[in-house]
Design a binder for this molecule. Structure first.
Ligand code: ADP
Ligand code: ASP
Ligand code: MG
Length: 488
């Protein structure tokens, strides 16, 4: 490749209506004057939720759900297309293509209604339809602006394993397919517009990368193309010291490291899919988080070694999307292989473990998993431990969904004494009870479990206690000049 490649991903709100799609296309077109640009798009905001809800209702026997889906999605996408593409043959062709894709998703829903079931494989096909729509619309807008925009379905580019709903990429096969499909177009000055979120197995069966997975799509493609950088365009100014919906005076961080951003994403910062940084860590490709509503702002740069900050704790994050599982009883002490069996059972259903703790009396093992994994994990544990419960070695397996994980993250926390003490006393002063505590050996985070009702209070209190609103940020500065230097 002669020109450096920039992969840029636009999230749901950044392609949420006609005006946003136009603005995303402008950003891509402008960037393409200096470099090769690959665009990755999410579904329009709300569309993936609508698709998943329709699939669920259909599987529960609601045959009208498919029709309601068709009406809602056609209205939303037609409105955008009519505002974006002038009347004529191009608009007509695009409208028919979009209608056919929506009809296809609705037919899958109808199939679910008739069968009365929704397999993870069918759900992936339905849930991933939204991205196919936006990719075609955004490519058409780019063409209308005089650029050579071409839509691609990532089912033809990203090869994954067969884990529906949370598939993982196979790097070598992805690299081969992506380069074969995109490099000739890039060399000819074209702009590929690729669907985020979706992929396919080696056999071509569609998969998804998990909710919020378009961020991951962007870095998978960035790594496959040896991109110079990846930009995640979203609806906030970058990675903030906390979720601004919880802490309104949260501040944008200029730089964070891959490890810090990874920990934040893992512990619930929705701004990044938890797997986003995996594909780029080895090659060191920088990832930027920037605000598509305020493109003149520099955003946050995520690299291997972010500029050190005097602040020990850089950000506080939290998620309610977890469940606490406790396995308790005298057998926890007596049976030597109990921990191995518990975690073999969780592994067999691929449950994502967020935290593990064993009580000091040693008669219970508690761990926190993602809420979506709770039902199948509980079932697997009950099956695996059935005999022990029968013989009263174990008293019970319980699941508590009324919890939240809160984490304080920062690389400088490593080796700085007293951080845990400050965390605990802050929470104590607020009267917030910690149910379990964990600190990774990297010491880049301290995470703890609280009652769900105490989550927001805990985040606000820690943000205040560590003075995170005082972090010096370039955010308010008009960074037009910096941006130009940065992307050159
Ligand atoms: P997109 O649709 O662009 O992918 P998301 O909604 O998935 O956007 O992610 C952006 C949102 O992440 C923000 O609007 C914000 O509310 C939330 N968020 C949570 N924690 C953070 C954080 N630490 N920094 C920035 N945003 C955060
Ligand atoms: N549209 C998908 C979702 O809502 C993927 C994404 O937006 O990143 O989860
Ligand atoms: Mg997202």
């Amino acid at each position: 490749m002669s020109r450096p490649i920039q992969v840029m991903k636009f999230g749901g709100t950044s392609v949420g209506d006609a005006a946003r799609i136009r603005s995303a296309a402008n950003i891509a077109a402008e960037a393409s004057s200096l470099r090769s640009v690959v665009v990755v798009v999410s579904a329009m905001s709300g569309v993936t939720n609508t698709l998943i809800a329709a699939a669920g209702k259909s599987a529960a026997g609601d045959e009208a759900a498919a029709e309601a889906l068709t009406t809602a999605l056609k209205a939303k996408h037609r409105e955008a297309i009519e505002a974006l593409i002038p009347k004529g043959e191009n608009r007509q062709r695009l409208l028919s293509e979009i209608d056919a894709l929506i009809d296809r998703a609705a037919n899958y829903c109808l199939g679910c209604a008739l069968l009365g079931e929704l397999s993870p494989r069918a759900l992936d096909v339905i849930a991933g339809s939204g991205e196919r729509l936006t990719a075609r619309i955004a490519a058409a807008v780019l063409r209308d602006m005089g650029c050579h925009g071409v839509a691609f379905d990532a089912t033809d580019l990203i090869v994954t394993d067969e884990v529906h709903g949370g598939a993982r990429p196979i790097a070598a096969a992805t690299r081969e397919k992506t380069r074969a499909a995109l490099v000739p177009l890039l060399e000819a000055g074209g702009i590929p517009v690729v669907t985020g979120y979706i992929a396919a197995t080696a056999k071509g069966i569609p998969t998804t990368l998990g909710r919020g997975g378009s961020d991951f799509s962007a870095t998978i493609l960035g790594a496959a193309l040896d991109a110079q950088e990846v930009i995640i365009w979203t609806d906030v100014n970058g990675v903030l010291t906390a979720d601004p919906r919880i802490v309104p005076d949260a501040v944008t961080l200029d730089e964070v490291s891959y490890s810090e951003a990874g920990e934040l994403a893992f512990f619930g910062a929705k701004v990044l899919h938890p797997m986003t940084l995996r594909p780029v860590v080895e090659s060191g490709i920088p990832v930027w988080i920037r605000n598509s509503f305020e493109p003149h702002k520099a955003g946050t740069k995520i690299t291997q070694t972010a500029r050190p900050s005097p602040q020990c704790v850089k950000a506080v994050t939290a998620t309610r999307d977890v469940a606490l599982i406790a396995v308790a009883g005298p057998g926890i002490i007596g049976v030597p292989d109990i921990a191995a069996r518990i975690f073999a059972a969780t592994a067999s259903v691929r449950a994502n473990i967020v935290m593990i703790s064993q009580s000091s009396s040693q008669d219970s093992i508690c761990f926190v998993i993602q809420a979506g994994d709770a039902v199948r994990t509980e079932k697997a544990l009950r099956e695996a431990l059935h005999e022990d419960v029968r013989h009263h070695d174990l008293d019970h397996v319980t699941v508590n969904r009324n919890v939240a994980v809160v984490a304080a993250v920062g690389e400088n926390m490593a080796g700085t004494p007293g951080i845990a003490g400050r965390v605990f006393s802050t929470l104590g002063n607020e009267g917030i009870n910690m149910i379990a505590i964990a600190q990774g050996s990297s010491e880049y985070n301290i995470s703890f479990l609280v009652e769900a009702t105490g989550m927001e209070k805990a985040v606000k209190a820690l943000h205040r206690a560590f003075g995170l609103s005082q972090i010096d940020s370039d955010e308010e500065v008009d960074t037009g000049a910096r941006v130009t230097t940065k992307i050159n």
